[in-house]
Design a protein. Structure first.
Length: 384
C-alpha cells in the first residue's frame, strides 16, 4: 500500500507534529511505502509580509495546489493521509484527490473542522459560538486577540464549510471516543466514516517509582487554554512544588518572574526526564483536548496524572484507575488532588503502575498500526 502523507508543520511543533511523525515512522517500519508532501510554518516570516502570505495561502494556495496535483499525477498513491493543513496547504487539496480518484484519510488532532481557531476556547472559557451561529463569531470575539488574524481564520473556516471541502474525505481518524462523538454531533459526520485510533505511545521497560517524585509537572505550550495559571494557583494553595516544561520557542521569563521553575525541552529525552522526576503530571486544560499526548507519555513512565474533568481527558486518564480528575479551572479542587497524591505514596504507586499497564495494553504500536490499516482499508472501500 502506497501512502502519501500531507501535513503543515506548526511553527512551535507540538503533540500533533510528534504524533504524525510517529505514525509515519511506524508505517515505514511495518513495510508500507510512504511518501511526504510537506509545508512548514517555521519558514513563514513573522513580519507583516509573512502574515499576509499566510493569510493568502490559508484562503487558496494556488501554487501549492498545482504542485500537489502534479504530485498526485506522478506518484499515484493509494491513499492520501492528511494531517494539519493550515495555513500553507488547506482542505482545497481534497477536491484534487477526488478528481484523481485517490481516497483521503484525515487525522484530527484538534477541533479545526468545527472551530476556526481549532480549540473551542475563547481565551476565557469553552466556546461553541462559531458552530452554533457561524464563523463570523471568531471576529466578533476576536479569538486570536488580533482582529486581522481573527478575520483570516474565520474566512478560511467559512470557505471550507461553504464549499463542503471535508465531504471529499473518505475516512476521519480521531484519537478518542469523545472526539468521535463530537465530530458526529457537531459536524454531522456519520459514525461509519470515523475511526478511533489512539496515538502509539511506547511504555518504558523501566517505570519509575512516582512516590519518590519531587514535584508536580506540567508539560505543554504556555497558552491560556492549557490552564497553567490554575496549576500555579493550586501550587500556592497547597504549598507543593511544581516544575513546568515547555517546547522550544516558549518564553520562560514570565514564569521565572513568578518563581516557577521552568525547563525548555529540546527533545524527547529532556521531556522524559521531567516526567520521571515527578510525583504526578498535571494536565489542567480548560479546553476539551482531543487526547493529551503528554498524559499518555507520563503514564508510559509509570507516573500518574491529575487532569481536568473535561472532554477527551476523561478518555485518556481513567479516574481512580490511572489518575485523578478535578473541576476545570478550580485551583482549590486541584490543590486537594495534589495534596492527596503527595500524602499517599501507596495511592501514587498504584495509579502509576496502572497507568503504565494501560499504556502497555492500549497504546502499543501494533494495536495502533492495526487500527490504522483498518481505517485505510475502509477508505479504499468507501464510495468514490
Amino acid at each position: 500500500m502506497k501512502i502519501l502523507h500531507v501535513f503543515n508543520r506548526h511553527r512551535g511543533g507540538g503533540g500533533a507534529d510528534n504524533a504524525w511523525d510517529a505514525t509515519i515512522a511506524l508505517s515505514r517500519r511495518k513495510g508500507l511505502k510512504v511518501d511526504i508532501f510537506e509545508k512548514d510554518s517555521r519558514h513563514l516570516s513573522t513580519s507583516l509580509s509573512g502574515k499576509m502570505a499566510a493569510f493568502i495561502q490559508g484562503i487558496y494556495p494556488a501554487a501549492t495546489l498545482r504542485d500537489f496535483a502534479a504530485r498526485l499525477e506522478r506518484d499515484r498513491p493509494d491513499i492520501v493521509h492528511s494531517h494539519e493543513l493550515y495555513p500553507l496547504l488547506t482542505p482545497w487539496l481534497f477536491p484534487l484527490c477526488a478528481r484523481a480518484g485517490v481516497p483521503v484519510v484525515q487525522s484530527c488532532y484538534d477541533f479545526r473542522i468545527t472551530c476556526p481557531i481549532a480549540t473551542h476556547h475563547d481565551g476565557a472559557a469553552v466556546c461553541t459560538r462559531c458552530t452554533d451561529h457561524g464563523a463570523h463569531q471568531a471576529v466578533v470575539r476576536n479569538c486570536r486577540s488580533n482582529l486581522p488574524e481573527s478575520a483570516a481564520f474565520a474566512l478560511r473556516h467559512a470557505l471550507a464549510e461553504r464549499r463542503n471541502l471535508y465531504a471529499h474525505v473518505s475516512r476521519f481518524i480521531v484519537l478518542t471516543e469523545f472526539s468521535r462523538d463530537w465530530l458526529h454531533r457537531r459536524a454531522g459526520i456519520p459514525f461509519d466514516r470515523i475511526s478511533v485510533n489512539e496515538c502509539a505511545i511506547p511504555a518504558t521497560p523501566e517505570p519509575v517509582d512516582p512516590a519518590t517524585g519531587g514535584y508536580f509537572a506540567f508539560a505543554g505550550r504556555f497558552v491560556p487554554e492549557k490552564g497553567l495559571d490554575t496549576l500555579i494557583r493550586a501550587a500556592r494553595l497547597s504549598g507543593l512544588p511544581i516544575h513546568v516544561a515547555g517546547p522550544a520557542g516558549s518564553d520562560p521569563v514570565p514564569l521565572l518572574a513568578q518563581g516557577v521553575p521552568v525547563t525548555i525541552t529540546d527533545g524527547p529525552a529532556s521531556l522524559a526526564a521531567i516526567y520521571r522526576g515527578a510525583r504526578a503530571l498535571v494536565v489542567p486544560s480548560l479546553w476539551f483536548e482531543t487526547f493529551a499526548i503528554v498524559a499518555a507519555e507520563a503514564m508510559a513512565h509509570g507516573v500518574p496524572v491529575i487532569a481536568s474533568r473535561i472532554g477527551a481527558l476523561q478518555d485518556t486518564v481513567r479516574e481512580g484507575v490511572t489518575g485523578l480528575h478535578f473541576i476545570p479551572g478550580d485551583a482549590a479542587d486541584l490543590a486537594r488532588q495534589m495534596r492527596r497524591l503527595w500524602d499517599d505514596p501507596a495511592l501514587c504507586r498504584q495509579l502509576g503502575a496502572a497507568g503504565h499497564a494501560d499504556v502497555s495494553a492500549r497504546f502499543k504500536e501494533d494495536a495502533h498500526f492495526n487500527r490504522l490499516i483498518a481505517a485505510y482499508e475502509a477508505a479504499l472501500k468507501a464510495p468514490a
